[in-house]
Write a protein that binds this ligand. Sequence first.
Ligand SMILES: Nc1ncnc2c1ncn2[C@@H]1O[C@H](COP(=O)(O)OP(=O)(O)O)[C@@H](O)[C@H]1O
Ligand SMILES: [Mg+2]
Length: 384
Amino acid sequence: MAKSLPTEDDIPSSEPARSIKIITVGGGKGGIGKTLVSSSLAIALAEAGTRVVLVDADLGGANVHTVMGIHTPEKTLHDFISRKVKALSDVIIPSPIHGLQLICGAAGSIGMANMEYADKLKLIRHFRRLLAEFVIVDIGAGMSLNEVDLFNAGDIQIVVANPEPTSIQECYNFIKVAIFRRLRREFADTKEVLEVLDRSKDPSHVHDRRLLTEIGEQVKQVDLREGVRFFRLINAFTPKLILNRVHDYRETLEGLALQIATQDLLRLRLDFWGYMSYDPYIAKAVRAMRPGEILAGDSENRDRFLKMVQQYLLGQNVHYRSIGTRTILPIVDQQPTEKKEGRICSQECPLWQNCELQEGGLPCRMPDHMYRERLGGNLLTAGK
Ligand SMILES: Nc1ncnc2c1ncn2[C@@H]1O[C@H](COP(=O)(O)OP(=O)(O)O)[C@@H](O)[C@H]1O
Ligand SMILES: [Mg+2]
């Protein structure tokens, strides 16, 4: 059993808290190119002049070091998890790419498999203390709690899939497992909501019994405030899709199909960030351990990844538009059961101060009878 990790506060930090973005890269299946996509994002970000740490959290099949041209890393994440070293920064090693550092994995180590949920969260908090602007976490294959919890802990969550039915299906399942896990964690202390979630559970993860929005409506029936929280959570969960091993532009339709399925069947927004073409040169670069050639100078993948990170991660307007993505509006409140008398939430509202449903500028979520009831109460208190 792994010992619990030191809390971040045990470790002296030479730096004040900085803004750092954790990007987690998952997607279920092995061999679809999660490591290649993570590495390409990391290389593109480093080339754009940012400080990046690429972390290999795939403990079953760690290979970031190989892709990055390192035979046997002298220090790995496992040294930190097993408390051989005290600080996560002690296991950072340089990479051949300027601006990009690595935390390698040790294949076959079991450290993470034994990690408690609290320790996983601690690990992410340690990531946040690294001296970098971006930390990219390459997550292992599979969708056990280890992978899913790490994936969910990212500020930006990227899923990778190949344009073939099995991979698309697996990726869809991964997203579904991830949102259900997140909801269960968020409502861990609310028995009533857990019961609603349990009732809609589909053990095979294949057939969707119920839309998330329908589950949200049920939660609202049980507890209005928790229902609103539920909708906020599903609105905020917006993974990004990068399709890999695309032979032909038309194959991006598979990515669109996944986007539509996620949106229509789960009511989750999946942003389609783009794709990586199949390029035999990539396998050659990996075999020759020459990471600098993964995004080779004249390749279309290079152009695409540089633009992708500029547009989506660095907020620069480079007029990169991936594909014909279809984006849905945030799923705010669903199917109002009662007419809300056309009220718009604003500071002008007499209930503004004490309203847990506050959402300025949007249509009021409070049922009319409750509004009137509370308004009465408010006037009474105001008159005291
Ligand atoms: N776009 C691509 N074009 C050609 N080969 C690729 C591409 N992406 C991945 N590969 C090959 O597939 C192998 C597996 O990819 P990897 O990123 O390790 O998958 P995962 O991390 O999902 O298990 C890599 O070693 C690489 O040679
Ligand atoms: Mg991998």
